[in-house]
Write a protein that binds this ligand. Sequence first.
Ligand code: SF4
Length: 405
Amino acid sequence: MIQNQKKFKNKCQLQLSNPFSTNFVFKFYFYFMAGIYLHIPFCKQACHYCDFHFSTKLQGKADFVKALTQEITLTQNYLGNESIKTIYFGGGTPSILSLGELENIFEALNENYSLSEVQEITIEVNPDDVDAEMLIGYKKLGINRLSIGIQSFDDGHLKFTNRNHQSSQAIKCVKDAQDAGFDNISIDLIYGIPSPSHAVWEKDLATALALEVQHISAYCLTIEPQTVFGKWKAKNKMTFATDDFEAAQFEILLENLSAGGFEQYEISNFCINEKYALHNTNYWLGEHYLGLGPSAHSFNGQERRWNVSNNNKYTAAITNGNLSFDKEQLTERDKANEYIMIGLRTKWGLNLGILAEKYFTPISKIEKYLLVLEKKGLIVIENNIVYLTQQGKLLGDEVSAELFI
Ligand code: SF4
């Protein structure tokens, strides 16, 4: 143990040329402020893999929008005096809202918050929902970032996953957005879709790069029990990709995006020219956020709370002037574990100085586990910051779990 401690300290004292020094991390850490997330819980149809909260019964949309604007007023004090830096419309499918409905929401936000310091307003859109007029309308409302749910450019894969659009619509959507003047466009892609080879995934990545977007989020297909895929899996109705297949596609992802000039700044997130997703980065760096709409989560540094995941219950409660949520008080241990998990996922890494000072967890508590992980080649420690190696990124959750307090 003594030997190990020595080795660890020596390693930590190395001054390697990492641009993300402790100072940089601290500066970055305090630069970001609070965010507002609005969950729009409607979709035209259910994708076979999705276990987010949404409903395909669109008749409740008008009442929901009214309730959402009321919730904005009811929660105006949740973030105290923190300035709002980011706003994120997620879902569900926010692009299912009309421009008029979005206008009402912005009006409520403006009435209840000072938005003068907002830097980023993102809306998730599906390619089949938006046209040039809609995109221009978004710009006029101040939306400056789009996150387009493309998932694949292969019509076979889109059909298999029950997406509501075709590849040609996805490409047109990106081009229309560029024509409308958006210069911060993110697209979502899914890998690990069962296939005889990696050809479709390679083509998806080539198409994504050719579109010259600024940001790509790529997620591995996961099979959740309550989804159509989950039910097919339980009944052995189909064969899903193996771990090796998924790992190979992750490597193809890293190789292709790196060759295309993209920086991986979080396990699933890549950008060019430091066009980080500010809202999500804020979350990853432990900053505070208010979540509005059914199932949305909020965090103010002390407690985490989450709204009821039911559109009717949500709307009924708010209409009666009540908020319907559950909450948990975060212990120091919860906060430290969360920082370990999230820190490791990002390029800023798990800063052992922050872990000790902000989360009251001295290095001695995790030192022996760090050494084991380092020996296995899953992490490296530079300048007192722990980073996942390429191999470690494949096992991110397991590595975090090893270090949990
Ligand atoms: S993936 Fe998006 S569009 Fe599909 S069901 Fe889920 S929330 Fe709706």
